[in-house]
Write a protein that binds this ligand. Structure first.
Ligand code: PEP
Ligand code: MN
Length: 337
């Protein structure tokens, strides 16, 4: 970090700051300018509380150089992370496709979706057993029965399972059935849940919060990594803006920004980002073109009867068409699907 001294700060003040920093284990490198002096401090910023320096005489400002997300950022790990979900890679050349209904409703519904999804070569089945609904009167999910159906269909089809966990008390239970634990947008800043998933032995799919900045999202991922779980997949799912024509606004910018700042894989959920099945294909194509490592897409055998998110769910045959339409885009950016 850099400590910027006020114009006219005295030599004694500069030396006092340097002494304080050295006591905290930093190396200091003062640069004396015509008007201002700055002190370069090299060391572990986690050891210093900014207020212990900012109140010292002559100090104007503290400018961090390292990102606050040490484990998620590229400073310590520069190589892209490829997460191995029991033989299915996420983050490599092959795009990861996760698809399935918003909510698990029945064995028939899940199996019908899964069979078609599998046909396309997609390897991961999604489905919510615990649904974080905006209204307490909406369908809340089949809970453990839904988890059992997911595990059963996963076993029969060979698809890996990703499903949401909404409560710290359920992390162990969901881990018994799922291959990937999903943390939903509404839970992105549930720090206890993040830490609990950080102790789990399953990869975590971390969706971006409805109004979260990229930094807040990466800090949420940092909670999981710092609790011991290095396997985090980020998922951009649209953010809330003034625009009401779509359910959310897909932040395409987030893809290159996250890629630059973090080594973790990032996928996109164009279903929740657009809120309308007709716009899912365009948003999915744009995401792949922009460098996303995969997609999460809602697919329902009969969207008109879905208990949640039917308006944005693709019919299985439309999903098959979507995957075909994505192939040339993937090829253009040197990926496979
Ligand atoms: C979901 O994946 O069905 C879901 C609830 O998504 P989000 O958390 O992004 O709203
Ligand atoms: Mn949904």
């Amino acid at each position: 970090m850099i400590i910027v001294m006020k114009s006219g700060s005295t030599q004694e003040q500069v030396e006092a700051v340097e002494r304080k920093l050295r006591d905290l284990g930093f190396q200091t490198h003062p640069i004396y300018g015509e008007v201002k002096t700055v002190i370069g401090a090299v060391g572990d910023k986690r050891l210093v509380k900014p207020h212990s320096i900012i109140h010292m005489d002559g100090v104007e400002n503290i400018v961090p150089i390292m990102s606050p997300y040490k484990l998620v950022g590229r400073e310590l790990i520069s190589e892209d992370t490829i997460i191995d979900v029991d033989g299915v890679p996420i983050g490599g050349k092959e795009l990861a496709v996760m698809a399935g209904p918003c909510a698990v409703e029945s064995e028939e519904q899940l199996m019908e979706a899964a069979v078609k999804i599998k046909e396309t070569g997609a390897k991961i089945l999604r489905g919510g057993a615990f649904k974080p609904r905006t209204s307490p009167y909406s369908f809340q999910g089949l809970e453990e029965e839904g988890l059992k159906l997911l595990a059963q269909v996963g076993k029969e089809t060979g698809l890996k399972i990703v499903t949401e966990v909404v409560d710290t008390r359920d992390v162990e239970l969901v881990s018994q059935y799922a291959d990937i634990l999903q943390i939903g947008a509404r839970s992105m800043q549930n720090f206890r849940l993040l830490s609990e998933c950080g102790k789990a032995d399953k990869p975590v799919l971390l969706k971006r919060g409805l109004s979260a900045t990229i930094e807040e999202w990466l800090m949420a991922a940092e909670y999981i990594l710092s609790a011991g779980n290095p396997n985090v997949i980020l998922c951009e799912r649209g953010i809330r803006t003034f625009e009401t024509a779509t359910r959310n606004t897909l932040d395409i910018n987030a893809i290159p920004v996250v890629k630059e700042r973090s080594h973790l894989p990032i996928i996109v959920d164009p279903s929740h980002a657009t809120g309308n099945w007709r716009w899912v294909e365009a948003a999915a194509k744009a995401s792949i073109a922009a460098g996303a490592d995969g997609l999460m897409i809602e697919v329902h055998p009969d969207p008109s009867s879905a208990t949640s998110d039917g308006q944005q769910s693709l019919k299985p045959e439309k999903f098959v068409e979507l995957i075909k339409a994505l192939k040339p885009i993937a090829q253009a950016v040197n990926r496979t699907i």
